[in-house]
Design a protein around this ligand. Structure first.
Ligand SMILES: Nc1ncnc2c1ncn2[C@@H]1O[C@H](COP(=O)(O)OP(=O)(O)OP(=O)(O)O)[C@@H](O)[C@H]1O
Ligand SMILES: [Mg+2]
Length: 377
């Protein structure tokens, strides 16, 4: 039998739980063409949520198209334009022939020769003529608006890992250019999302930045325990196994409601369960996952400085007042300035998260590994 839990891929249909409010909010924004910014740490479910809301919105509004652009591997303006053009063409056509026709019609200057494969639309790639592109990138930025107008559509352009634009060559100038185009589009809304909270906040909440007050900012929260419990129970039920509320609660608590890990841990428990899941199975499954990741955790930890490690050690013990003289002395932290520098570096390395001045570990399994295996507390 196929294992029933999903992690590392989009959570869809049966595998998507809760998020009713956030989904409804996003669907409304999409249908009303309200620009949205969605922020959450890695693997909390941004992409799954956007995909879900996009599917619902498109079902409810036949003239709406959702265009998904992923900047995960995009490191330059040129690559950005290519990714954007490709996704816009893909999302506004239902058949190959239509995509080809659109590309030759709207991108003729950039695509001297249009050639497409014969596979599914997902595999469509558009190669743009870079020289031409550098001469007039504006046309690509306005491509969605142009197609929307002609075809009487409305399009939501969703850009994943948006924070990557801050690493482009002249990022500020690029952001200015993007914003000035985006705000003229009448038939397009933008949904910009990403996981590097500090970088996203810089782009969207700093008043000196071009994207300041660009749209509705949503901070995605973790999925609540009762929703997880119901989800895990029904997934076990569906596959002829059973699990108590208590054991479900233990799965969720062990990984602090982290969506990816809840699914992974539930999967490991499911694999260890004949008929009825036990608490012991949760402990074993958690150890297995921690062991699988320990090499990676070790590698990450080796890149840390002594002061960063001291800070993590104090946090692992649960110290609250890190800048107090006693705590600094106990853990060998030399000054409040050093602590703040170490925190900043750890946020930059995606180890800590800064939520309104409260620092916490991003990865609950790494936090566990550090505490119990590395520091052996
Ligand atoms: N609503 C949900 N219901 C159940 N599981 C979910 C949900 N959202 C996310 N997950 C779990 O979390 C994993 C990561 O989800 P997703 O890829 O959507 O997150 P993300 O925030 O886009 O991650 P990344 O930062 O890596 O882009 C999924 O594979 C799934 O296991
Ligand atoms: Mg994602």
């Amino acid at each position: 039998m196929k294992t029933p839990f999903v992690f590392g891929r989009l959570a869809k249909d049966n595998n998507f739980t809760d998020r009713a409010e956030e989904t409804a909010h996003l669907v409304t924004n999409f249908k009303s063409l309200i620009n949205t910014i969605l922020i959450s740490p890695r693997r909390w479910g941004k992409s799954s949520l956007v995909f879900k809301a996009a599917s619902i919105a498109m079902k409810e509004d036949k003239d709406l198209r959702i265009c998904l652009v992923d900047l995960f591997n995009v490191r330059s303006e040129d690559q950005f334009y290519t990714a954007l053009a490709q996704s816009v063409i893909k999302s506004t056509a239902t058949k190959w022939e239509e995509a080809v026709a659109n590309a030759s019609r709207f991108l003729s200057r950039f695509v001297p020769k249009v050639s497409f494969g014969t596979g599914p639309m997902d595999e469509l790639t558009v190669d743009l003529n870079m020289e031409e592109l550098r001469r007039s990138p504006d046309e690509i930025l306005d491509l969605a608006e142009k197609i929307a107008k002609e075809k009487k559509l409305r399009i939501v352009v969703c850009i994943d890992e948006f924070q990557n634009i801050s690493s482009f060559g002249d990022s500020l100038a690029f952001q200015k250019k993007l914003r000035s185009h985006f705000q003229q589009h009448e038939n397009i809304a933008y949904c910009l999302y990403g996981s590097k909270r500090h970088m996203m906040l810089e782009v969207f909440t700093d008043y000196s930045m071009p994207f300041y007050k660009f749209g509705d900012i949503m901070f995605l929260e973790k999925i609540k325990t009762p929703d997880w419990v119901e989800f895990i129970k029904s997934t076990f039920d569906r596959t002829g196994k059973s699990i108590s509320d208590e054991v479900c609660g233990e799965i969720v608590a062990r990984v602090q409601n982290h969506p990816y890990y809840v699914q992974q841990l539930a999967q490991q428990v499911w694999l260890r369960t004949g008929k009825v899941a036990t608490i012991d199975a949760v402990g074993e499954a958690h150890s297995t996952i921690t062991a699988q990741l320990s090499l990676m955790f070790d590698t990450i930890t080796q890149t840390l400085t002594n002061q960063q490690l001291s800070l993590l050690r104090a946090m692992s013990v649960g110290e609250k007042n890190l800048t107090s003289q006693a705590v600094m002395e106990k853990y060998g932290l030399s000054s409040p300035t050093v602590i703040s520098r170490a925190r900043k570096a750890l946020v930059g390395k995606d180890i800590l998260d800064n939520i309104a001045g409260n620092y916490s570990f991003q990865d609950p399994v790494y936090a566990y590994w550090l505490k119990h295996h590395y520091f052996q507390l």
